[in-house]
Structure formats: structure tokens, C-alpha cells
Design a protein around this ligand. Structure first.
Ligand code: TXE
Length: 480
């Protein structure tokens, strides 16, 4: 896109699109072409203040709006996302470098589903009652918190933004969302669609800008009752440091270094392709990607051979080409980080079996890369790379597989492949991760608790866990 055609985005505050107080903007780059496609507000504390004030003003009326009315408005927003499916998929692809085929299959359908899911969940909520013998009746009210601060990353932009906005406003809160500065486009479009859906002014506010400025101002704002954050573990610690002393409710969905464990009895026709998807979907830029593959020794050589052959055959390149499987990484800086880990793997004694190089073209492309020969304590197996890079390591026994899986400070998800049902349950119980997939990967039911153990996060989202997070439980005790 030429300079003259680049979009200039605005903040969305109180139902209106407004320029940032600073009057300054940040470039938004298409990772596949390195062209500037938009300018986004470089917002700061003043903009966050305005957005929080609008959200606070909208709260009394929105929180008293009957659930079925809120539900209808969210369903209307879902319909509008669906009606603009192709445009949103294209925006997501151009903004993040992800294959458009993936945006169509994963990101946009999930955004629609998020709104529909929480729009209908609030129609089925119940509350507890506790009888104290014949002396008293206690019942629990679940009431919205006020203003929710929602901070989302660049890897699944609309998917994760809607995963936060939908439950927050369905539960009767108003919100101020801060999308990633790398991928603002679909958030901007969502704001426009929310007007069309009839969501009242001030219920959804969107402030664009960089994390350490606009994001930080949101986490420090006294008018914000809760922060829901998805992003890197280091950033999560900074968010917690700001939010915790202000006693905000806090939900942190952070990084992962997830194991894929393949036992010798696994159905390789399924485990092979799914391990490829878990490794390289969205260029490996999903916190749930299985970046450490552990394979039972008797199967190891055969598995590596098949996995490498499949990896070599993956179409890498133009995200707008429907056949592309691996698109561009989010930025030059992130690409350099990923290449740095590939270099480190060589220094740590690993073998790059395939891939390892930047593509010789414009854009931030790295070949899907498979590394063998590294121990589980190497940095490459300990740190989140968040790119199309996986390691494959052999194991001797079930106990060793579990020990390898649990050997990092992360604990988000894992994927276990075996035909032995008893072993599957044993291993699932022994792995330290918030989700264990048996003979599958990234199979999501939106009702189940989702979140991480150890440094992968605090709290659970999904289903009633999300609605509980975005409400306060109040016990009312009535003397009989
Ligand atoms: O994410 P950040 P970055 C991992 C991945 C990646 C690394 C860094 O390993 O390489 O994190 O990516 C906002 N106060 N993941 O730097 O910084 C920021 O503007 C408040 C894993 O892009 O975590 C953005 O909106 N907010 C991950 C959001 O936080 C702040 C997804 C996430 O950005 C802030 C993305 C601050 N001080 C990256 N600093 C996953 N697990 O899904 C930044 N932000």
C-alpha cells in the first residue's frame, strides 16, 4: 500500500473515534511486505483517563441492562463480524503476517464464536444458595466489577481481544481494551462494528498505543477494577507489579514451552500431521504450540525422518496465497530473536536437521526449523522462542517423558500421543500444565477452564470461569 493510502486509526472512546491527546502516531507494518499500512495513536495516560471516564459513565446503565438485552446486542455484533468475514480475515493476515487461510479457519470464526458463546452463557447462569440449618438463608449475587482493562497480544489479535471483551461486557462490565500496537486493524474494525450492532457508547472503548505507555497507564489506573492480560511472561510480571498493589482482580495468560509426547504405540498417521500443526501453525506464534517434541526411543529415528520430510514440504511465503502454511513473523526484532535461538542451538551442540534460515525475500520469513541433539536443560529447550522452531528429543521411559515435560518453568499445555488409555490418564495427571490434550492438539471447548500453571499464568478463563472472573461474588445472609 502506498504512503498516501495508509489508514490513520483513532482511539474509540465513548462511541466516537478520537485522535490521541499527544497528536502523535506509530507506524503499523505489514510483516510480509515491510510496508507501513497504517498509523495508530501513540496514546498515553490522558487518553486512558478519557476512556476510563467514558467506561465508568456507561457502567450504571449497562450493568442494569437485562441479560437478554445484552445478549441480543452481543449476538448482533457476532453477526456483523460474520458478515464482514473476508475483510476481517484479510486485515488480520496483512497486519500479523499469518496465512489468510488460517485467519479464515481459526481467527475470525473464533471471534464470532466468542461473542455468541458468552452472549448465550449469560442466559443460563444460576447462583448458589446455602441454608444455615433453620437459622439463615445465604445466597450469592454475582455482580459486575465496573471497568475491565483488557490487554491483548499480536499473535491472535481479534481472537484474543474478543475472548476478553465478550465475557467482560456480557457480564455487565464496561471495558477499556488495549490491543497490541503491532496488530491494531481488526480491533479498530470491531469498534466500528460495535456501533452498527447498537452497543451503547462507552461500553467498549479501545485505546491504541505501546505497552509500556498506554498499556501501563491502564494497569495503573485507579478507575479500573480488573486487568485481563495475555502476552509474554516478562510483560505479565510487569503488569502484575502495577496491578497487584492497587488490588485489581488479575488474570494472566502468559507464555508456554509446551511438550508434545509421542509414545511408540501412537497412531503415527494422526500424531505426525498434528505434531506438524502444533509446531508450525501461525509460524509457531501461539502460546499453545508444541515446541518441544519428545519421542519414545524405539520410534525416534522413524518419527524424525517423517517429521522432517513433512516440514520440508510445508509451503512458506505470501500469507495472502491460500496455499501458504507458514507466513511471516510479526517483526524484524522478533525474527532476529528467533534466528538468535537457532544460532544458540548450534552453540549448545544441536543439529539443525532442516530449516534454520531467513527467506531471501522481503518480509520477516524464517524456514520451519527442526533441531535435534539437545538436552532438556539447554536454553533452546527452556525459553519460549515463539517461532517456527522445534526440538525433537528421544526418551526411554514414561517417567523420563514426564520428567522432560515438567522440566521448564512454564506449564501451559501439553499433547500426549498413545493408544494405551491407562497410560494416557497417568501421564495427564502427572504433567504440570493447565491443559493436557490426549491424541489431539488445540481442540477447544469454550466451556472448559483455560490457563497456565507455574510461569504460564494465574487464573483460568473460559466458560463460567471467565464470567466469574468478570464478576464479584457477594454473599447475602438473611436471618430466618
Ligand atoms: O508481547 P508483550 P511482545 C511472548 C513471545 C514474544 C514475547 C514478547 O515469547 O516473543 O512474548 O512479545 C502490552 N504494561 N508472547 O513484546 O510485550 C503490549 O502492548 C501493560 C506470548 O509483543 O507481552 C501488548 O498489547 N501492557 C504470547 C500486550 O501487552 C503492556 C503472545 C502483549 O505484549 C506492557 C505474545 C506493560 N508494561 C507474545 N508492555 C502468548 N502467550 O500468547 C507490553 N504491554
Amino acid at each position: 500500500m502506498s504512503e498516501s493510502r495508509r489508514a490513520r486509526l483513532a482511539n474509540f472512546i465513548n462511541g466516537k473515534f478520537v485522535a490521541p491527546a499527544s497528536g502523535t502516531y506509530i507506524d503499523d507494518i505489514n510483516p510480509a511486505t515491510e510496508e507501513v499500512i497504517a498509523e495508530i495513536p501513540d496514546s498515553g495516560a490522558e487518553d486512558v483517563d478519557r476512556a476510563v471516564a467514558a467506561a465508568r459513565a456507561a457502567f450504571p446503565s449497562w450493568s442494569r441492562t437485562p441479560a437478554d438485552e445484552r445478549s441480543k446486542l452481543l449476538l448482533r455484533l457476532a453477526d456483523l463480524i460474520e458478515r464482514n468475514f473476508d475483510e476481517l480475515a484479510r486485515l488480520e493476515s496483512c497486519d500479523s503476517g499469518k496465512p489468510i487461510a488460517l485467519a479464515r479457519r481459526l481467527d475470525i470464526p473464533r471471534a464470532i464464536q466468542n461473542f455468541r458463546f458468552f452472549a448465550t452463557a449469560i442466559l443460563h447462569q444460576t447462583s448458589d444458595a446455602h441454608m444455615t440449618d433453620t437459622t439463615a438463608l445465604n445466597y450469592t449475587l454475582r455482580q459486575p466489577l465496573g471497568v475491565a482493562g483488557l490487554i491483548s497480544p499480536w499473535n491472535l489479535p481479534l481472537y484474543l481481544l474478543s475472548w476478553k471483551i465478550a465475557p467482560a461486557i456480557a457480564a455487565g462490565n464496561t471495558c477499556v481494551a488495549k490491543p497490541s500496537e503491532m496488530t491494531p486493524m481488526t480491533a479498530h474494525r470491531l469498534a466500528e462494528l460495535s456501533v452498527g450492532a447498537g452497543i451503547p457508547a462507552g461500553v467498549i472503548n479501545i485505546v491504541h498505543g505501546i505497552g509500556n505507555k498506554a498499556g501501563r497507564a491502564l494497569t495503573c489506573h485507579d478507575g479500573v477494577a480488573a486487568i485481563s492480560f495475555t502476552g509474554g511472561t516478562v510483560t505479565g510480571a510487569a503488569v502484575a507489579a502495577n496491578a497487584a498493589p492497587r488490588f485489581k482482580k488479575l488474570s494472566l495468560e502468559l507464555g508456554g514451552k509446551n511438550p508434545t509426547i509421542v509414545f511408540a504405540d501412537a497412531d503415527l498417521n494422526k500424531a505426525g500431521p498434528e505434531a506438524i500443526r502444533a509446531s508450525f501453525w501461525n509460524q509457531g506464534e501461539i502460546c499453545l504450540c508444541g515446541s518441544r517434541i519428545f519421542v519414545e526411543k524405539s520410534l525416534y529415528d522413524h518419527f524424525v525422518e517423517g517429521f522432517v520430510a513433512r516440514t520440508k514440504a510445508l509451503p512458506v511465503g505470501d500469507p495472502l496465497d491460500e496455499a501458504t502454511f507458514v507466513g511471516a513473523l510479526i517483526s524484524e526484532a522478533h525474527l532476529q530473536k528467533v534466528l538468535g535461538y537457532i544460532d544458540l542451538a548450534k552453540k549448545e551442540g544441536g543439529t539443525i536437521v532442516t530449516g534454520g534460515r531467513r527467506l531471501d525475500r522481503r518480509g520477516f520469513f524464517v524456514e520451519p526449523t527442526v533441531i535435534t541433539g539437545l538436552g532438556t536443560d539447554c536454553r533452546v529447550l527452556q525459553e519460549e522462542i515463539f517461532g517456527p522452531v522445534v526440538t525433537i528429543t528421544p526418551f526411554d521411559s514414561e517417567d523420563e517423558a514426564i520428567a522432560f515435560a515438567n522440566s521448564t518453568r512454564y506449564g501451559l499445555s501439553s499433547s500426549v500421543w498413545t493408544r494405551d488409555l491407562e497410560r494416557a490418564h497417568r501421564v495427564a495427571a502427572a504433567i504440570d500444565s493447565g491443559t493436557v490434550w490426549i491424541n489431539c492438539w488445540l481442540l477447544r471447548d469454550l466451556r472448559v477452564p483455560f490457563g497456565g500453571m507455574k510461569e504460564s499464568g494465574i487464573g483460568r478463563e473460559g466458560g463460567f470461569d471467565s464470567l466469574n472472573f468478570f464478576t464479584e461474588a457477594k454473599n447475602v445472609c438473611v436471618k430466618l
